[in-house]
Design a protein around this ligand. Structure first.
Ligand code: FES
Length: 122
């Protein structure tokens, strides 16, 4: 699969995160000490943008500002919120010069919530 450019490395300072629109999806880029990660930016609970939340750099987790769901940035798995949230998509990331590129084919499997809802791609 071809890689698509999401942003410049200058757009996401070290230990921060930001959402970018990419071909109809919202992608959350996370810069952990110079290492870039890309996950779906939409919380699988009620759809808040994860960039409105907080980044726990040491744990490699992002906290949704909506109702406190926590996602592992490397696996996309929901790790907290009373009941476990379905995972957000995780995308392979490469840096070419100053360009952050991702493969839009998610690398983690789709999961279903207890209600049978499939993980969102947006
Ligand atoms: S919308 Fe993210 S925890 Fe509710």
């Amino acid at each position: 699969m071809a890689l698509v450019r999401v942003a410049s490395t200058k757009d996401v300072p070290e230990n921060s995160m930001k959402t970018f629109p990419v071909q109809g999806r919202k992608i959350l880029l996370v810069n952990l000490a110079g290492e870039f990660h890309a996950v779906g930016a939409i919380c699988t609970h009620q759809g808040w943008d994860l960039s409105w939340g907080a980044l726990a750099t040491r744990q490699k987790q992002v906290l949704c500002g909506g109702h406190g769901a926590v996602y592992d940035i490397e696996t996309g798995e929901g790790v907290k919120l009373g009941r476990k949230q379905a995972a957000v998509p995780v995308y392979r990331t490469e840096v070419h010069g100053e360009d952050i590129m991702i493969d839009l084919n998610r690398i983690n499997p789709r999961r279903q919530t207890l209600s049978g809802k499939v993980t969102q791609e947006l």
